[in-house]
Write a protein of this length. Structure first.
Length: 501
């Protein structure tokens, strides 16, 4: 063993995770808890504890079907659609579905593999944020026709969110051509939490009893004791993590809105702020003869959402929904992925040559590219050849966002944990902290893909024009144009409402 690793291993080995929670992140060990954390290790949406001990799962059944979560128990009750269960991560569960349309007296025995859970935030009751277990009449017919219907369920990364409204009763289901690709897409776009398979053979009663682990399924009106056996799927009861920073905080339950996340906004050739990405909130204005901008603070919105990647495989092992002449089936989500991927490639392009000069309120470029001005460093490159800087022009008062300018603050209510379908009120307050009047004020709030602007909800305490434009996240940019003038020390406020998708 590497001697350095041997010294760190006692510090890096945490305590076993919570009951049945295979991928849980443990608390900091006692020795590390006494170490001061670096000042930058302060997440905006800190978790309230370790991952939830169970994954909340809501049954979404069609046509009067019922589900028995513990068919090995002869006294187990059947539950209707809409019932929420709790499944411990790290186990495989055999379910039973009865009252199948068109197949009276017959049952299906799907298998649910639970791999993870959510990390609650303050005020978040994890049982109120269930993943959806959907079984439609079409799924039943495919199962009886010999197909295997596989649904990969994952907690969606908000930065890669599908711009589509959904609820636990009506989750987003996206087709995939193979199970391997569905799993890969789930891992690329979030955290895989469960795999549901419908169409397997009917197990015997003895097999159901042998595979069932007592105290792993939470049904309504009951509590769970210690599991009768440790997790056996994807377990990591002694995870490794950074010995100083501790475990990495989960960032998939919440998304950040406001401010300048990438910290690279600047004034473009047309005098507007560029590049305005989703989640940015910016105030553009003219002070004297100079065009400037300010960014707001960041706010945290906690509302985890689960998405399903569905695969239908026939008895021959060939995907049943293939498109002639195409390698994969094209869906609306795939088109959106391709568009977002193209934009990310464009954003990574490097500037090979630039000959430009920066003047008050404008930037000129001989190659048609915008001259980049950093928000955090008062510096602009006048000429760049390859990777070498030929000369640099620096004018602190003309570039970026510094004290003595317009102050923009953002709040979202209700604060804390919210749910899909909730309506939030966004408030933008501005304060002229300069020594001169401000004119041509424009407040731009680029909404995340999980937020949808409610038409007609915008209001302001000054005369203003409200316009909307699409952004790269599949949502909209809400713009308030306030001509002014706004005298020094003057304040103002604008509000609008959004719906959580």
């Amino acid at each position: 063993m590497n001697p350095t690793l041997g010294l760190l291993m006692p510090l890096m080995l945490g305590q076993p995770a919570g009951p049945g929670c295979a991928p849980c992140l443990p608390p900091r060990p006692p020795l590390l808890a006494m170490m001061p954390q670096p000042p930058f290790y302060k997440p905006l949406c800190p978790p309230s504890g370790p991952p939830a001990p169970v994954l909340a799962v809501q049954a979404v059944l069609a046509d009067g079907m019922t589900v028995v979560p513990t068919p090995a128990d002869p006294k187990a009750a059947a539950y209707q659609t809409g019932t929420v269960f709790g499944f411990r991560p790290g186990y495989r569960y055999h379910l039973k579905i009865d009252n199948l349309p068109g197949h009276p007296g017959e049952s299906l025995y799907p298998v649910l593999e639970v791999r993870g859970s959510i990390v609650p935030r303050p005020g978040m009751r994890y049982m109120e944020y269930p993943a959806s277990l959907t079984v439609t009449a079409a799924d039943v017919e495919k199962a009886f026709a010999g197909r295997m219907v596989t649904k990969v369920i994952y907690l969606e990364d908000p930065s890669r969110a599908i711009p589509q409204e959904s609820t636990p009763d009506k989750p987003i289901e996206v087709g995939a051509d193979t199970v391997e690709r569905a799993v890969q897409e789930a891992e690329d776009n979030g955290r895989l939490v469960a795999v549901f398979r419908l169409g397997d053979r009917t197990p015997s009663g003895e097999e159901l009893a042998r595979l069932a682990v007592p105290n792993t399924v939470l049904v309504p009106g009951t509590t769970l004791g210690p599991a009768a056996a440790p997790p056996y799927l994807g377990c990591s009861a002694v995870p490794l993590y950074d010995p100083i920073l501790g475990p990495k905080s989960s960032d998939l339950e919440c998304f950040i809105n406001g401010g300048d996340v990438d910290a690279n906004l600047g004034i473009g050739l047309d005098g507007s702020v560029y590049p305005l990405r989703s989640t940015n909130t910016v105030a553009e204005y003219v002070a004297g003869s100079r065009r400037k901008f300010s960014t707001s603070n960041m706010v945290c919105i906690c509302v985890p959402r689960f998405v399903i990647r569905r695969v239908d495989v026939g008895t021959s092992g060939v995907q049943g929904l293939s498109v002639p002449g195409a390698a994969t089936q094209v869906t609306s989500r795939d088109v959106f992925n391709q568009r977002a991927f193209t934009q990310s490639l464009f954003a990574r392009e490097r500037l090979l040559a630039l000959d430009a000069r920066v003047r008050p309120s404008q930037a000129e470029s001989l190659v048609g590219l915008h001259a980049f001005a950093s928000r955090t460093k008062p510096m602009a490159f006048g000429k760049v050849e390859g990777v070498a800087s030929v000369f640099v022009v620096s004018e602190v008062d003309e570039i970026g966002n510094f004290p003595g300018q317009l102050v923009l603050t953002k709040t979202v209510e209700p604060a804390g944990a919210v749910k899909q379908g909730d309506v939030l009120t966004v408030t933008l307050k501005y304060y002229n902290n300069t020594r001169q009047p401000v004119t041509d004020l424009i407040l731009s709030d680029s909404l995340a893909g999980r937020l949808e602007y409610l038409p007609g909800s915008a209001a302001a305490d000054r005369p203003s024009n409200v316009t909307l434009a699409e952004n790269a996240a599949g949502s909209q940019v809400v713009r308030f144009e306030i001509p002014g003038p706004i005298p020094p020390a003057a304040r103002g406020v604008v509000v609008f409402k959004v719906k959580v998708r």
